[in-house]
Each structure stands twice: as C-alpha cells, then as structure tokens.
Design a protein around this ligand. Structure first.
Ligand SMILES: CC(C)(COP(=O)(O)OP(=O)(O)OC[C@H]1O[C@@H](n2cnc3c(N)ncnc32)[C@H](O)[C@@H]1OP(=O)(O)O)[C@@H](O)C(=O)NCCC(=O)NCCS
Length: 385
C-alpha cells in the first residue's frame, strides 16, 4: 500500500474502526457511560449481574427479567470436575492469566458450546464465560496459592461476593462483597481498547465467542494493558512510608520515571472511576483499621500533581491508582489483579463480540505500509557469499 491510497496511523491511533452503542468515553470531560448510563450511577446503584444484562441486551432489565437473569447466572457458577482437574494440574509456575486463557479455550470444548459460524451466537444463553471466569480465578487461588480444597459456589451471594467466598472459603462481610462487586462494574467495559479490539477482530472472522475471549485475555496479559495496579502497589511497597514519598518523588521526576496509576490516554481530567474507587479504599481502610496504603497513595497523588502542575502538565489518578490497594485490603494477592480485571472486562468483551457479529460484520483486514526491499532475484544457496 502507498500512503496515497490510505491513511497511516501507527497503533491505529485516531482511526475510527467501527460504530458502537455499548460504551462512550468522554475523555476531555472525564465521563464514562455504559449504554448511555453514567458510570458513577451504575457503580453506586447497580451491580455486576445487572450491568452484564445491560451490556448484553442493550437495556436495563425489569425486576422480573433481573430475577431470572440472576438465577441463570448463579446456576452457572460451579466448575465442572474436569476443569477443576485442569486447574489443579496446570504448571505451577504459569501465570494465572495463562491458566485463565487455557481454561476458557477448554471450557468451549467441555461445555459443548454450539460452534456457530453464523451471525447469531448462543453465548447470551450459556453465560459460562462470564460467570465461570470468576470461579476459575478464585479456584486457581485455592489450589495453587492457598493449597486448599475447592469451595462450591453459593447461590445467595452477589457475583463479587461469591468470588470472595470461593477464593477465601469464608463468607465476606456485606461491605466487602458490595465493594468487590462494584469494582467489577467499574472495570466491565471501556470501549475499543486493545483487548476489546482483539475480541472484535477474532469475532469478525466468525470464530467462536470462546476464541474471542481467550484472545482478549492474551491481549490483557501484556504489560502495556493490564497490570497498572500491580505496579502501583509495587511503588507503595518500595516507598514504605508516607514520609518517604518526597525523596522517592524527587528521584522519580529526575529520572523521568512514569508514576504508575497516574494519567490516562483518554481522560485529560480525572478518570471518573477513580472517585468511586478512592471512596472504597477510604471505607475499607477505616473498617479494617489499616490506613497505610491510603495514606501513602494520597501523599503520592498530592506531590505528583503539585510537581506536574508546576510544569504546566496536570496529570490525575486513573482507576488503577487505587484499585490495587482495594483488592489488597480484600485479601486478593497481586498476582490475581489482572485476572480480576479480566473477570470484570469479560462482560464488555462479550457485548462487543455480539455487536461485531450482529451489526453488519465485516472482517478486519487493514493494510500495511511496505518498507522492505524492492523486487530482487532469488540466489541459490551455493552462489551466496
Ligand atoms: C497512560 C499514559 C501512557 C498516558 O500518557 P500520555 O498520553 O503521554 O498522557 P498526556 O499527554 O496527558 O501526558 C502529558 C505529560 O505528562 C506526562 N505524564 C503523563 N502521565 C505520567 C505519569 N504517570 N508519570 C510521569 N509523567 C507522566 C507525559 O509524559 C507528558 O509529558 P511530556 O509532555 O513531557 O511528554 C501515561 O499517563 C502513563 O504511562 N501512566 C502510567 C501508567 C498507567 O497507569 N497506565 C494505565 C492507564 S489506565
């Protein structure tokens, strides 16, 4: 392709790849909407099961629809014994994201999901990918980290509450379940990011939705996508105390290091999700009597913002500045942060897969700008210097 015949944008930055009705990010004003509903309202008043319905069916459910939906989602929570064996016998040194990707690919075979190479796909009915993602993450922790037996799911707990229950083996406090569930709402969808785009590209070939989700998990595993909250916690642990922030910040600024959890490609004011999640961190810190993370994070935020404002470059916290500390106070180890992100984002991925298939699918096939050698003759190996 030559530049005259097309538009070249590395990383597709600034290119509109398709239309969508799922999510809108208003970066300049710091707003985020799922199907038109502001994220703040959804995080505070809805829950993960309801927003899953909203993302997949394009509307909020009635009371009766929601009741039926919850029952269906909860009925899919138990992990088949074959999958439990797979989790137990997976290489011990594998990252849980590698395990998750493999299990999702395997689930499609095990569950005998109809491989439909047609526009309509039955994954709205099976729901196993969304529901079992949480069960698999919890069980991987039980078997591999805690060396503890499988915990059967509970029908009476929310999606987030049941995840904590299956991971810990004890019932979470109501406030813990509420916060966990709301964190899943906050991370469920974010427009055409790399993993979502990956899911859509695979869907555009009319492959199965399991293949789309497994591919999206692979994209999220990359350190430029998931993992910001892990690095925030590493930073907090490296700094150690509130009093240590100043010296650390001087060095970081001098070395032009990126402060994890600060700044966002889309949001040029504060990430709207960061307000709610900061409130959760404050609440958890108070309830658990452990304000260490919150104190250090607030100090980092204050000092970093002051220094960036002096340079005339205001930079604000994104959702992951606080999420790692929230997860940590909920007893979730750092290695599970990206898998937890995946078990929330799977709802958005699936909505995009369905939209891709059902709304005028066209297979993705961008072009490349060739920069290699001109045509040249093949030289047999005996005559090469
Ligand atoms: C997300 C990110 C790549 C966006 O970068 P960006 O598109 O360059 O953002 P902006 O244009 O708003 O940045 C304005 C300036 O602030 C700097 N800046 C932005 N975020 C910064 C950070 N976290 N630490 C240090 N400097 C930062 C940029 O380098 C830029 O400086 P420059 O003009 O000298 O090049 C960047 O903020 C970042 O790396 N953040 C930390 C990693 C992270 O948390 N990622 C997860 C996002 S959900």
């Amino acid at each position: 392709m030559s530049l005259e015949s097309g538009t070249y944008s590395k990383g597709l930055e600034g290119i509109i790849a398709d239309e969508t009705t799922i999510c809108r990010v208003d970066g300049p004003h710091g707003k985020l909407f799922y199907r038109g509903y502001p994220i703040d309202d959804l995080a505070r008043h809805s829950d993960f099961e309801e927003i899953t319905y909203l993302l997949l069916y394009e509307k909020l459910p009635t009371a009766a629809e929601l009741e039926e939906w919850r029952t269906r989602m909860r009925a899919s929570r138990d992990i088949p014994i074959e999958v439990q064996i797979m989790i137990r016998t997976f290489p011990a040194d594998a990252h849980p994201m590698q395990l998750l990707q493999s299990v999702i690919a395997y689930l499609s075979v095990y569950i005998k999901h109809t491989i439909q190479h047609s526009v309509h796909c039955n994954c709205r009915d099976t729901l196993h990918q969304i529901v079992q993602m949480a069960s698999v993450v919890a069980t991987s922790f039980r078997f591999r980290t805690a060396k503890a037996p499988y915990v059967s799911p509970r029908m009476d707990l929310s999606h987030g509450g049941n995840f904590l229950y299956m991971m810990r083996g004890t019932e979470p406090q109501d406030y813990e379940a509420r916060i966990m569930d709301s964190c899943l709402v906050l991370h469920a969808e974010h427009e055409f990011n790399a993993s979502t785009f990956t899911a859509r590209v695979v869907a555009s070939t009319m492959s199965t939705c399991y293949c789309s989700i497994a591919a999206a998990i692979g994209a999220l595993f990359g350190q430029l996508h998931g993992g910001a909250n892990e690095r925030v916690l590493d930073m907090v642990e490296e700094i150690g105390t509130k009093e240590g922030v100043g010296a650390w910040m001087d060095k970081a600024i001098a070395e032009k290091r990126k402060v994890p959890g600060m700044g966002h490609r889309e949001y040029k004011v504060r990430d709207p999700r960061s307000y709610v999640i900061e409130e959760y961190l404050k609440e958890l810190s108070e309830k658990k009597g452990d304000g260490r993370y919150y104190g250090i994070l607030k100090e980092i935020e204050k000092q970093f913002r002051e220094r960036m404002e002096e340079k005339g470059k205001p930079v604000y916290p994104n959702v992951d500045f606080y999420s790692g500390a929230v997860y940590s106070l909920l007893g979730i180890p750092k290695i599970l942060f990206t898998p937890v992100f995946a078990m929330a984002r799977v709802a958005g991925w699936l909505a995009h897969v369905l939209e891709q298939r059902e709304h005028g699918n066209r297979i993705y096939r961008p072009e490349s700008l060739y920069k290699g050698p001109e045509e040249r003759p093949y030289v047999p190996v005996q005559r090469r210097a």
